[in-house]
Design a protein around this ligand. Structure first.
Ligand SMILES: [Zn+2]
Ligand SMILES: [Zn+2]
Length: 278
């Protein structure tokens, strides 16, 4: 019994890009990041094998690129063992159905994110009034309908472990979405943050294009709960990550990351909150 998976009716290619689009980067020996237009995906190498785990699934219509990057890095018949989603926004699940079909892999997400991944609940409409930046202004065209992964998506285990990613724990970081998670490895302080915070001002088309670095809060036009978003940023800052790859923007490490997170916590209202917050 296989239910057909589907993207919502508003699924489409989004014409936005950055200087980093198509660029891959080794973050750590077992973490490899790749930028699809304006969103990042991460490959985790499973020790002692050619297998890998994919974290997030890129922009709409990017499956061919993702498979090519994977084969280039892990070998021609390399297969994902699992796909972990930080959350279900269109720019993190854009290629997921083709990838699930290609690799026949399970998808894992937080229990509170499942309604958006099983066709039950749409995300709120993006809010273009949050900022004068052009990405914010174009956000009403972004897909916000629930996708349906049917039986391919399942809940992350409640003990915090991450399938096939030994040493990593998932951390609930809601605010941007109800079931948003970040992945953290205590041993070396590696953080895969998703959109809990990002390293670019995602509302600005110019800054997104140039990928100018700054630690910022979650993309404003798609963030409904700012109290929770602030708590999540504090939670991640308290972990003192040594290196972070975020859903948008370039990877950051060391003092730049520490200071950026400290400043974001201290000045959350000025830096992260929408100027026109209702
Ligand atoms: Zn998002
Ligand atoms: Zn995003």
């Amino acid at each position: 019994m296989k239910k057909n998976m589907n993207y919502g009716d508003d699924y489409k290619f989004i014409p936005a890009t950055s200087v980093q689009s198509g660029v891959s980067q080794e973050i750590l020996p077992d973490l490899y990041a790749h930028t699809i237009q304006i969103a990042n995906i991460v490959f985790y190498s499973i020790p002692g094998s050619n297998d890998f785990v994919l974290i997030d699934a890129g922009m709409p219509k990017s499956a061919e690129e993702i498979i090519a990057v994977a084969e280039n890095r892990f070998g021609e018949n390399a297969k994902a063992k699992a796909i972990i989603l930080t959350h279900g926004h269109f720019d993190h699940v854009g290629a997921i159905i083709e990838l699930v079909e290609h690799w026949q892999v399970p998808v894992f997400a937080h229990a509170l994110e499942l309604p958006y991944l099983t066709g039950e609940q749409d995300y709120p409409e993006p809010d273009p009034s949050v900022d004068s930046g052009l990405v914010a202004k174009m956000s009403p065209m972004f897909p916000n309908e629930a996708i349906d992964l049917g039986e391919f998506v399942q809940e992350l285990q409640s003990d915090g472990t991450v399938p096939f990613m030994e040493g990593f724990k998932w951390i609930h970081t809601p605010g941007h979405t109800p079931g948003h998670v970040s992945l953290f490895r205590e041993r070396d302080g590696a953080l895969i943050a998703g959109d809990a915070f990002v390293t670019v001002k995602q509302e600005s088309l110019y800054k997104v294009f140039t990928q100018e670095k700054e630690v910022n809060g979650p993309p404003q036009y798609l963030t409904p709960d700012w109290d929770a978003a602030f708590e999540s940023v504090k939670k991640l800052a308290a972990l003192k990550p040594s290196i972070a790859v975020t859903g948008h923007g370039v990877p950051m490490s060391g003092a730049e990351l520490t200071n950026g997170l400290e400043k974001l916590v201290e000045q959350f209202q000025q830096i992260a909150l929408p100027k026109n917050a209702k």
